[in-house]
Design a protein around this ligand. Structure first.
Ligand SMILES: Cc1cc2nc3c(=O)[nH]c(=O)nc-3n(C[C@H](O)[C@H](O)[C@H](O)COP(=O)(O)OP(=O)(O)OC[C@H]3O[C@@H](n4cnc5c(N)ncnc54)[C@H](O)[C@@H]3O)c2cc1C
Length: 432
């Protein structure tokens, strides 16, 4: 029998009302910080909506193929986890799927190389299991505010406008999009901080890659970068043991906040990757002769705009390992500032070093129900560069959720900080 499918005519109503979603907590940004905040909030029994402009969850951890978790472990020969919460779940999941390799890098720290596809599925299943409502493909267009309280956030999606009304809001957008649109003061770096287009290369020879002398590689790049149109002179090639894949972090590109410049950066970043591959093939044929790019990540954006908080973290506080009275997270990651096109400023810390993040760096001074998390908390560029890796991003996400939970209908300015720190014990004190 011939199949006939019926149709119906549809005309857009003149002024369609937005879909209104009510929640206790609205998280803007579904990168690793927002995912942490949303899962913690939902596990606390809060109705939680997780909104993101991208069509899938996971932010840069997935889409930009960051590929390695940094700042989860303390320094030294016997590294301990310093952040828990979803970290424990993620690592257990990756281990079960043989999708993580721990490596102790030359900067005294331990990092966890992961498979971004497996991480992406963990994010989706964990969000579902926690009961978080996802709103993807949703670009923030407007924020309503009454005094220090954000009352709603509006989004444009392919399928119509959505307004999320909530009691508390987490700005985990990376660019402080929520705080910016709500009219809170934000910070931008005077000098640009460079981003990177990460890439995964297949058919590289892992043993030959591992044998590359990094100092020699850098010297060759210094000599040839101008002629080859390459900006950066250093970086990392992580060969994933036994997997035939390499993760490459060796390019720099500007990451401007203007819409046309932001669109250009993806093309610019890929062009740098292609130039780099040409260089690697010519100089290291044993390692890269057969290699080709398997995946170009989405542009990796480090630092663009962030909130101006009650506390502006400073690099000297990080160097001194200052433990703030309102500390809510910790890590040992170096100062890693990508403030030059050709190089990266590194300041490593001793084996026993630990630095902290204060709640004040997450909260604009005049905000009652908005808390930032992840890479848009407040610090000078050097300080921020030491706490914007994924371990502390997860910890600030958890802290944001608990702070808003404790605030309830009140203000995050008036919560019992000792009670918050008791809840965050694992991310401040635990050391097993
Ligand atoms: C190239 C590169 C390499 C790095 N390497 C490492 C590493 O090896 N290990 C490590 O631990 N860390 C690394 N980092 C740092 C770390 O990856 C990031 O700082 C971290 O992933 C940030 O997480 P986040 O959740 O704060 O932000 P993001 O992952 O950036 O998530 C923010 C989300 O907000 C959404 N969003 C933004 N604006 C809007 C809007 N207006 N409306 C709706 N949604 C919006 C975005 O779509 C995005 O999904 C690297 C960073 C870069 C750029």
């Amino acid at each position: 029998m011939a199949l006939t499918l019926a149709t119906r005519l549809s005309v857009r109503p003149a002024n369609p009302a937005p879909l209104v979603v009510e929640a206790d907590i609205c998280v803007v940004g579904a990168g690793i910080a927002g995912v942490s905040a949303a899962i913690e909030a939902a596990r606390l029994g809060r109705r939680t909506v997780l909104c993101d402009a991208a069509p899938a969850l996971g932010g840069q951890a997935v889409g930009s193929i960051i590929g390695s978790f940094c700042g989860m472990f303390a320094n030294g020969p016997d590294p301990k986890l310093v952040t828990h919460g979803i970290v424990d779940d993620i690592l257990a999941h990756l281990e079960r799927h043989d999708a993580v390799d721990y490596i102790r890098n030359r900067r005294r720290t331990t990092i966890a190389l992961y498979d971004e596809g497996v991480l992406s599925r963990w994010v989706e299943t964990a969000i579902d299991a926690a009961g978080v409502v996802p709103l993807t493909g949703a670009v923030l267009t407007q924020v309503a505010r009454s005094g220090g309280r954000v009352t709603s956030a509006s989004f444009a999606t392919r399928y119509g406008a959505v307004e999320v009304r909530a009691r508390g809001f987490v700005d985990a957008s990376g660019d402080a999009a929520l705080a910016w649109m709500a009219g809170f003061a934000c910070r931008e770096p005077e000098e640009p901080v460079f981003g990177t287009l990460m890439t995964i290369v297949e058919h590289a020879d892992e043993a030959a890659v591992a044998a590359i002398d990094r100092a020699e590689l850098k010297a060759r790049l210094v000599r040839e970068s101008a002629a080859r149109g390459l900006r950066r002179h250093d970086g990392f090639v992580f060969a994933r043991p036994g997997r035939g894949l390499c993760l490459i972090n060796m390019t720099h590109m500007p990451t401007p906040l203007d819409p046309l410049g932001a669109a250009r950066m993806a093309i610019d970043g890929r062009d740098q990757v292609d130039r780099l591959m040409g260089f690697l093939k010519d100089h290291y044929p044993a390692a890269f002769g057969r290699a080709r790019v398997r995946v170009y990540g989405l542009p990796g954006v480090r630092m663009t705009r962030w909130i101006a908080g009650r506390h502006h973290m400073q690099a000297d506080e990080v160097r001194a390992g200052l433990r703030y009275p309102d500390a809510i997270a910790r890590c040992s990651w170096p100062i890693e500032l990508h403030n030059r096109a050709d190089d990266v400023h590194w300041e490593e810390f001793a084996d026993d070093h630990m630095h902290y993040v204060p709640l004040g760096a997450l909260v604009p001074p005049d905000a009652d129900n908005l808390v930032a998390a992840g890479r848009c908390i407040d610090g000078d560029p050097a300080a921020l560069s030491s706490v914007r890796v994924m371990g502390p991003c997860i910890a600030t996400g958890a802290a944001a959720a608990h702070a808003l939970d404790l605030a309830g209908a009140g203000s995050v300015r008036q919560i019992d900080v000792a009670a918050l720190q008791r809840r965050l014990y694992d991310n401040l004190e635990r050391c097993d």
